[in-house]
Design a protein. Structure first.
Length: 169
């Protein structure tokens, strides 16, 4: 670096630093006003109540871990269970309300439903195929809808069948 360029550099740096020193009076006034404020008391943190353990003694009260209804009053006891060992079909990945029936095909005296999945793929289904997330088995295909039997939990540790439909778009 040459001497004249070094001199210009030092001159520019000194001008820049001198510009930073002016205009501090408003900052000093604000700091003084903040320091002059009266201190306020902060409320103390509330004390946490001590935990009191509760020992449940049944006495004449019912046991909360025993069902209120006898086993035989809970509804039909059947051995209905979804087949968890079979391979899932493509349309069982999606909830039933996300699928759309977009058409029918009648081929060699067999009716096929054309079902559009949320990913845009159209699948061909027929009676006996599965779809939906509740182990739905297709039982009927008409122009307006596909009817399924779904196997859903009954809330008592078992399963029950219910009808579901997939309407045409």
């Amino acid at each position: 670096m040459t001497r004249p360029s070094l001199a210009w550099l030092l001159l520019g740096a000194s001008l820049t630093l001198s510009a930073c020193s002016s205009g501090m009076s408003d900052l000093e006034q604000w700091v003084a006003s903040v320091k002059a404020r009266k201190n306020t008391q902060i409320e103390p943190i509330p004390q946490i109540k001590q935990y009191e353990a509760f020992a449940y003694v049944a006495g004449d009260r019912r046991d909360p871990f025993v069902p209120t209804q006898p086993e035989h009053d809970r509804g039909p006891s059947n051995n209905l269970r979804p087949d968890l060992n079979r391979n899932k079909e493509a349309l069982e990945e999606f909830p039933l309300d996300a699928l759309k029936l977009v058409g029918l095909v009648n081929y060699e005296n067999r009716i096929y439903g054309m079902v559009k999945a949320p990913d845009g793929v159209i699948h061909r289904v027929t009676i006996g195929n599965h779809m939906g997330q509740n182990f739905g088995t297709i039982t009927k295909i008409t122009e307006g809808e596909i009817t399924l039997n779904e196997i859903v939990a009954d809330g008592f540790g078992g399963f029950t069948e219910r009808l579901a439909t997939l309407a045409a778009e």
